[in-house]
Structure formats: C-alpha cells, structure tokens
Design a protein. Structure first.
Length: 142
C-alpha cells in the first residue's frame, strides 16, 4: 500500500535480505535507503500522497552474469510518465528534498524505469555484490 506507515517495514525487509545475501552493513543500509526513496517517490509523485494505492516490491538474488548481487523490482499503478523524464534535480540547487532519484542512481549499479503494459510504472534496481560490499572472513595460516 502507498501509506507511508509501511516504509519502515519495507526498509527493514530490504535491509535483512541484503544482509542475508552477504552485503556488509553500510551497503545494505544504502540499498534500503534507495528503496525507501523510490517508494517515497511513488507515494508522493505517482499517487499524489494517496495512501490506499498498491505498490509491489519483489526482491531476489541476482544470479545471472558473473557477479552475484541483489535485484529489486518496484511496481505500481500510478500514472505513467516518460521514463526518460525521471531525473534528479540539479545538485547545485541547494534546498531540502528532491534528492531521491540522485540517491537511487548513486547507490545502485543499475536503475531502470519503465512503463508497465497497461497502467503504472516499474523500477528495477540491481546492486552487485563485489568485494567492497561483502562480509569477508579472515583466515590465518598457522
């Protein structure tokens, strides 16, 4: 649902799954922040703050290619917009708010906005699990 009361639960879910997939605390927290920003954008801009509209979140391990990671998909039934028009505001324009898209693009490795077939939008986010993002176990030869 598009009620902001559910944002904390969504963040906790994403944070927990990110950790289980091997992400360190800082990258896992950044992923949760990116998802929170994406959901807030759907609620505030897509649904004009209506709190009874559907939002679907899917999250699963990224297993294609050579680098494992995390894949997230957020879908809604909000008004459709041109995906190419989605951009963050100019960072030189210092004021509160408006940094969600910038944060999402900085945190995630792949960000894809697209229109769904009949109604709504789909956002696909990918974060690769590289050496800077993973928990490493130290071993000693002794």
């Amino acid at each position: 649902m598009s009620d902001p009361i559910y944002l904390a639960g969504a963040r906790e879910m994403v944070l927990g799954i990110s950790r289980r997939l091997g992400f360190k605390e800082a990258p896992a927290t950044q992923i949760a922040l990116a998802v929170d920003e994406a959901l807030a954008n759907v609620i505030n801009h897509g649904y004009d703050r209506q709190n009874d509209k559907p939002i679907w979140i899917r999250i699963w391990p990224k297993t294609d290619g050579h680098t494992p990671g995390l894949r997230l998909m957020i879908e809604d039934e909000a008004r459709q917009i041109d995906p190419d028009s989605i951009c963050g505001r100019d960072l030189d324009d210092v004021k509160p708010g408006g940094l969600g898209v910038h944060i999402i693009r900085e945190v995630m490795d792949t960000v894809t906005y697209e229109r769904r077939d009949k109604v709504g939008m789909r956002l696909t986010l990918i974060k690769k699990l590289d050496s800077e993002c993973t928990h490493q176990t130290e071993t000693s030869n002794g």
